[in-house]
Design a protein around this ligand. Structure first.
Ligand SMILES: [Zn+2]
Length: 438
């Protein structure tokens, strides 16, 4: 155990992640410029938010893209818009099996070890952990806060049983990347969000102590919070409970940085962060009160802005958006099954394709755009289209060419969605209502 506040154990030099960073997904690789534009506008309003383009192996597989394409698109946007601040390319949710194809293009790695949670570690490893950390076998007074965590040797032993394999897995993946990157610096995040139950503050502390033992110089950690983080719609849960958890996780992180020598700017990463309007005020309040940073990872919703832009563009754009809905509706069961845990579609609220056929640009855009105050907004319609990107992926060139033809209305929606509904309520000093129309 070390008391240094600097990370003293990285094998590879670490690239520093800035205080505020924002993960953006771009399924079809056409919106990097419009996304970056949102960061530029935020910067002009006084807040520097580092753009991080993220794409998982799963997404590459469905869309048929290669990891290198994310960097190509990001670099073109950075060049065209003259962005001189940092930006990163996140190999999102990678495992030991999938990391290799991201070695060349990524400088940010999200090590997903959720699958190893609950896998029994060796008896020796658990014993050695408890021996190394007698401080975790009794109640812990968190440094710098007023709170303490009730812990005991049996409780900590149980936590170690549950999480040590996941931590060891993170160590393996980290060392694999470090060996491949040699002296090229990169950022490490560890994610455990795609699991059944949220982690408690005590679990997070044990996890961080064990990650420090494994010498993983993580700069972001994505725990699972309570409540539902459904795709593309608002948080379902109690925002006050989220705020309490968020604050106690931050207290644990601050403590672990001091006691275990983890990187001084280690921060929380909030996954599935798109459209979680009801918890943004809590995040914003906590950031301003504590002065800490955060990484908010959003993903697939940029593609919905493409559909809104196509619909608003009218003509063939609107016709294509309707066709994508028609096919998504026809294939709704197979599209929804893989996402069952993260979508809540009310089948009775889905309009029939015949109805949608008669819609104007405005009706289509209002049904899809995430504006809870708009009477036309239909969350079921939005969630079905959210998982319908496979339909657009199958259209291939035909869809991509339409993105080029309707670039102006699409880019406007992509930028305004990120700036007004995400960056502003989370980071910017005076939040407007997240309902701002684009
Ligand atoms: Zn995640």
């Amino acid at each position: 155990m070390t008391s240094s506040s600097l990370c003293s154990f990285s094998i590879s030099p670490a690239l520093r992640l800035t205080k505020y960073s924002f993960g953006m997904g771009d399924r079809f690789g056409r919106q990097a410029k419009a996304q970056l534009q949102a960061c530029i506008l935020a910067e002009q309003q006084g807040i520097e938010v580092t753009p991080v383009w993220n794409k998982s192996c799963r997404e590459h597989g469905i869309v048929g893209s290669q990891p290198g394409s994310v960097r190509v698109a990001a670099e073109a946007a950075v060049h065209d818009l003259g962005w001189t601040k940092p930006y990163h390319i996140d190999a999102d949710h990678i495992s030991l099996n999938t990391v290799e194809s991201f070695f060349d293009s990524s400088d940010y790695y999200t090590l997903d070890v959720a699958d190893a949670i609950g896998k029994p570690p060796s008896l020796n490893d658990v014993g050695a952990f408890l021996k190394r950390h007698p401080e975790l076998t009794q109640s812990v007074d968190l440094i710098g806060g007023q709170s303490s965590l009730a812990m005991s040797s049996s409780a900590t032993r149980e936590i170690a049983w549950k999480y040590l394999s996941a931590v060891q897995e993170a160590g393996l993946i980290y060392r694999r990347i470090a060996a491949a990157k040699r002296l090229v610096p990169f950022i490490t995040e560890v994610s455990m969000d795609e699991t059944e139950s949220p982690q408690t503050a005590a679990e997070l502390l044990v996890l961080l102590a064990a990650l420090a033992d494994e010498k993983v110089p993580l700069q972001a950690i994505a725990p699972k919070f309570s409540g539902r983080f459904n795709k593309g719609v608002d948080y379902v849960g109690d925002p006050l409970q989220f705020e309490t958890e968020f604050r106690s996780d931050l207290a644990v992180i601050a403590h672990a940085i001091r006691v275990y020598g983890l990187p001084a700017d280690l921060k929380l990463s909030i996954h599935s962060g798109s459209d979680k309007f009801s918890i943004y005020p809590a995040i914003r309040r906590v950031l301003h009160e504590t002065g800490v940073g955060v990484h908010v990872k959003t993903a697939g919703t940029t593609w919905l802005e493409e559909l809104i832009g196509l619909a608003e563009g009218g003509g063939n754009g609107l016709a294509l958006a309707k066709e994508i809905y028609e096919q998504s509706y026809a294939h709704r069961e197979e599209l929804c099954t893989p996402y069952a845990a993260v979508i809540d579609i009310d089948a009775a609220k889905l309009p029939s394709p015949v109805q949608v056929e008669s819609w104007s640009s405005k009706q289509f855009a209002s049904a899809l755009r995430h504006d809870p105050a708009c009477p036309g907004f239909n969350p079921s319609f939005r969630q079905l289209l959210h998982v319908g990107y496979k339909i657009a992926a199958k259209m291939g060139r035909r869809y991509l060419d339409m993105l080029d033809s309707y670039e102006t209305p699409i880019a406007r929606n992509v930028t305004m969605n990120l700036l007004e509904r995400h960056l502003r309520p989370i980071f910017l000093p005076v939040p407007k209502s997240p309902r701002a129309h684009s």
